[in-house]
Structure formats: structure tokens, C-alpha cells
Design a protein around this ligand. Structure first.
Ligand code: DMJ
Length: 543
């Protein structure tokens, strides 16, 4: 009775008990709280508890229309945010995955405050980004009813025959990657067919003099172009360099070697070019084959290029020696030219512009802690220990970028100059859009070290998400992580379901959940199986 009262959020009147009864009540209550926290961190099945927070306790289902105390939706405030949500309590809070289904089913993304669909122009008029991006998360979390509904939507509605311009990179990592993972996990043929169909539609993007693909492509006409803002009409390193994993699998699943040839050619072009101090500039003109502006970044515009070099080697069952060499050589150049330590002892990865360092690190750059940890084992020479230390230092810096804010959520970019450390100084860098990179690094660091601080840091992020991003209709980004009452951006990014929640789930799961020696995550957290030297083409045979 007491626990039920507590769970329902109602206070028990102390005056109705005598002193000894109050003492016993206090003891029971403290024991219960201790047990709950113990369960979160130590019980083997703690992952299930976490998934309950987000998705699926039975109490949750009935709570989506009314608040926990029976109040009307949105009654917590006019932005729909709960008045004082406090520590997340399993079983009390609404399943935000269902909000997308209720308010935005089939749209690319959800607007959780205004409770409607949101269409991003990254996907042209292709629909259903959130559905495809979330397929494998639903499967991994054993949400079979939701997975089946999503599968049915894909079968009946996912249509690539559109006269629209899309981002080749975004469509590849979210749609092709999401469909490939869904196929390998479930074995359902529809996902393989759709992935190959979409891959074929992306092939005209490679019709340039060098074979470096365009950033944007009209899926009907096959006409490509680059972002108008990109230096000298260039293609972007993180975009053309983040096709490799998916395209290798497309060749394997379709028997069409063109996919693999296209991405292997990108490497050839890069290997012919001189690299300033061994670094890869973010801009490359696809027709002249010359670098554009010499801007180097392990964050936006560069990030997942480095990630895919390492993962190409791992996904090839460690046979892709070229990918391996390119990864470790580029990491060496990054260490020499970009990685610095602040006077306060925080290691960070700066950006490089024509030889000058900008002492800024993006939230996106924080994925590098996980990447460096993942690659440490194969590092040449005696560098394994050094690279693990580097990864841990980057994880700590990124945690500091969260810890030094009012909301305990990290800014889009933080700086190390003018006396500040790990703090955003520009208003337009203070936002948080539910990005996964910091949690991704915690997840890798947990798997490799089992240091409990990574789960503690992950749990801090869960609490902050619940307090500041959760609204009646889902989870929203916030505009200023240094303000105690920030405005919301009213977008639930599709990568929140694909990546942020999946990495949190894995952080609190056992290591045999998607083990790293069998699965490699694409940059949108879609797991792809290692292609064994002697592997059959049948799904689920990834052992
Ligand atoms: C995701 O779409 C991918 O992780 C991409 O590589 C970079 N940014 C977003 C999430 O922040």
C-alpha cells in the first residue's frame, strides 16, 4: 500500500501514524530506494529496467493520455513539459515512442511539443525516417508489436520513387543503414529488397570526373550537385567518406559489385592526394580532384570518415589492410596536430584551419572517445594502452562539457580559450538536440573497461533527458543548456531513437548484447555484421 501510494506520487499523511509506525515506514521506504538504485547498477537485467523507463511498462501505456496523477496532457505547462519530473521512476512515465505513432506516424520526425509531424529536407519527400531509423532499436529491445507495425509500414508505404533531392549521406546512414540492420536482425526479405533498391537509386551520385559523389541527388532524374555553402563546390569528407560500410553490404546482399567498386574508388582518389601534415581536409572538389579550403575536423564535416576507416577494417574480419593503415595513420596525424591538453588538464580535439588551431570541440567530436577505444586493441606498436588512456581522457572532457551546464546536457560546441574550459561561449553553440555522441563514448568505454563511472555518467544523462527534454508528446531538443528554464526546439530527431536510446540501452546491457566481435555499428548506430572470410549470405548467420 505504501509503495503504491509512493508510485502514484501521492504523499502519505505523517500525522495519521504514531512515531514507531513512522520510523518503520521510513526504514521500509529507505530500503526500497536503496534497492531501486542497486538494481539499476548491479542487477544483470538492469537493461530491462532502463527500457521500462523509456518504453514499456504496462503502467506507461495508460499514462499517455493522462498524467501520472490523472491530469490532462500538457497540464504541466504550456510547452507540455512536466512541472517537476525529478528522478525518472520506472512505470510512471509515458512511452514517448508511442507519441510518434500517435501524432506523426509516417512523417520523418515528430514535433513533440506541437504534437505533429516534422519534415526534414535532408530526405526530400522520402517519408518515415523515424520508423526506419528505429527498426533495429525496436527489435533489440524486443518491442515486437511496435517492430511489426513498423515493418508493415515499410512494406506498404516506404517509397523511393520520388522526384526529390536528398542528402546522399543522410539517406545512406539512416535509411540504407537502418534497413540493412533490420534485415540482418530479423531476416525479413522486405528490408533487403528496400535497401538494395535505395542503394541503386543512390548510384548516379557517383557520376563525377573523379567518382567522388555529390552531396545532393535528385532520386528521379539522377542529377547531383553539392551544398551551395561548401568551399569551392566541394564534396564533404564526412559525407563521401561515410558510405563504405553500407555499400560493402549492399554488394554482398545484391551480388552487384558496383557498390563496392564505388567506395573503393573513393579511397584510391584520396590516396593519390597530398595530405597537409598527414591530415584530410574536409572539402574535396569532385571534378578537379583538388582539396578545397584546408579545414580539418574530427567533428562536423570530418568525423565519420575516420570512423568508417577503422570500422571497414573491423567489418572485413580484419582483412582490409588499406582501411586499417589509413585509420591509424590519420589518428597519428590528428594526435600530432589537433589533440591538445588545457591548462586545467582536459584533453580535447581542436579544429585546424589552414595551419591555425581553433580551440573548439563539437559535441559531434565526442564520438571519438568511443572510436579510439574501439581501435586501441589493433593499434600498431605498443600504443594500445596509450590509445585507451586517450579515449578515457576524451570521455572525461566530454562529461565535463555536460557537468558544467545548468541542465547537465552538453552544448553543441565548447571551447578552450579566453580562460574557459569545456564551456560554450557563443549563443549559437549552446543548444542540445538529443545527440548521441557522448553516450556512445560512455557505452564503448564501459564495454572495454567496466569502470562504473561510465554507467553513472550515462545515468546522469538519462536523468537530465527526463527532466529537461521530456514533454507530454515525446522528447525535444533545448535551445540553451546553460539556462535553467530553456526553450524547446520542438523536434525529436530520428537519431534519438536510432542512437541515443540504443546506446543507453547497450550501456546498461550485458556485453553479449550485440558483441563487438560480431557486429560493427554504422555511424547512425545501426549494427552490421562482420563479413567473415568464408561467410554465407543468409541473415542471422553472423557467428
Ligand atoms: C547522426 O546522424 C550520425 O551519428 C552522424 O554521423 C552525425 N550526427 C548525427 C547525430 O548527432
Amino acid at each position: 500500500f505504501i509503495l503504491r501510494k509512493w508510485i502514484l506520487g501521492k504523499s502519505v499523511s505523517a500525522t495519521s501514524f504514531r512515531l514507531t509506525e513512522k520510523f518503520i515506514l521510513l526504514l521500509v521506504f529507505s530500503a526500497f530506494i536503496t534497492l531501486c538504485f542497486g538494481a539499476i547498477f548491479f542487477l544483470p537485467d538492469s537493461s530491462k529496467l532502463l527500457s521500462g523507463v523509456f518504453f514499456r511498462s504496462s503502467a506507461v501505456e495508460t499514462n499517455t493520455r493522462t498524467g501520472p496523477d490523472g491530469s490532462e496532457p500538457g497540464s504541466a505547462g504550456n510547452d507540455g513539459r512536466e512541472a517537476n519530473p525529478g528522478t525518472p521512476k520506472p512505470g510512471r512515465d509515458g512511452p514517448k515512442s508511442r507519441s510518434y505513432r500517435r501524432y506523426a506516424w509516417g512523417s520523418n520526425e515528430l514535433r513533440p511539443v506541437s504534437k505533429q509531424g516534422h519534415s526534414s529536407n535532408l530526405f526530400g519527400s522520402i517519408k518515415g525516417a523515424t520508423i526506419v531509423d528505429a527498426l533495429d532499436t525496436l527489435f533489440i529491445m524486443e518491442m515486437s508489436e511496435e517492430f511489426n507495425a513498423a515493418t508493415e509500414w515499410v512494406e506498404k508505404n516506404l517509397d523511393f520513387n520520388v522526384n526529390a533531392e536528398v542528402s546522399v549521406f543522410e539517406v545512406n546512414i539512416r535509411f540504407v543503414g537502418g534497413l540493412l540492420s533490420a534485415y540482418y536482425l530479423s531476416g525479413k526479405e522486405v528490408f533487403r529488397q528496400k535497401a538494395v533498391e535505395l542503394g541503386e537509386k543512390l548510384l548516379p551520385a557517383f557520376r563525377t570526373s573523379t567518382g567522388i559523389p555529390w552531396a545532393l541527388l535528385n532520386l528521379k532524374s539522377g542529377v547531383g550537385r553539392n551544398w551551395p555553402w561548401a568551399s569551392g563546390g566541394s564534396s564533404i569528407l564526412a559525407e563521401y567518406g561515410t558510405l563504405h560500410l553500407e555499400f560493402m553490404h549492399l554488394s554482398k546482399l545484391s551480388g552487384n559489385q558496383e557498390f563496392a567498386q564505388k567506395v573503393m574508388n573513393i579511397r584510391k582518389v584520396l590516396n593519390r592526394l597530398d595530405k597537409p601534415q598527414g591530415l584530410y581536409p574536409n572539402y574535396l572538389n569532385p571534378n578537379s580532384g583538388q582539396w578545397g579550403q584546408h579545414h580539418v575536423s574530427v567533428g562536423g564535416l570530418g568525423d565519420s570518415f575516420y570512423e568508417y576507416l577503422l570500422k571497414a577494417w573491423l567489418m572485413s574480419d580484419k582483412t582490409d589492410e588499406e582501411g586499417k593503415k589509413m585509420y591509424y595513420d590519420s589518428l597519428q596525424a590528428i594526435e600530432t596536430s589537433l589533440i591538445r591538453k588545457s591548462s586545467g588538464g582536459l584533453t580535447y580535439i581542436a579544429e585546424w584551419k589552414g595551419g591555425l588551431l581553433e580551440h573548439k570541440m563539437g559535441h559531434l567530436t565526442c564520438f571519438a572517445g568511443g572510436m579510439i577505444a574501439l581501435g586501441a586493441d589493433g593499434a600498431p606498436g605498443d600504443k594500445t594502452g596509450h590509445q585507451m588512456e586517450l579515449a578515457a581522457e576524451i570521455a572525461r572532457t566530454c562529461h565535463e562539457s555536460y557537468a558544467r551546464t545548468a541542465l547537465k546536457l552538453g552544448p553543441e560546441a565548447f571551447r578552450f580559450d579566453g580562460g574557459v574550459e569545456a564551456i560554450a561561449t557563443r549563443q549559437n553553440e549552446k543548444y542540445f538536440i538529443l545527440r548521441p555522441e557522448v553516450i556512445e563514448t560512455y557505452m564503448y568505454m564501459w564495454r572495454f573497461t567496466h569502470d562504473p563511472k561510465y554507467r553513472e555518467w550515462g545515468w546522469e544523462a538519462v536523468q537530465a533527458l527526463e527532466r529537461h527534454c521530456k514533454v507530454e508528446g515525446g522528447y525535444s531538443g533545448v535551445r540553451d543548456v546553460y539556462s535553467s528554464n530553456p526553450s524547446l526546439d520542438d523536434v525529436q530527431q530520428s537519431f534519438f531513437l536510432a542512437e541515443t536510446l540504443k546506446y543507453l540501452y547497450l550501456l546498461f546491457s550485458e556485453d553479449d548484447q550485440l558483441p563487438f566481435d560480431h557486429w560493427v555499428f554504422n555511424t547512425e548506430a545501426h549494427p552490421l555484421p562482420v563479413i567473415r572470410k568464408e561467410q554465407t549470405d543468409r541473415p542471422n548467420e553472423v557467428e
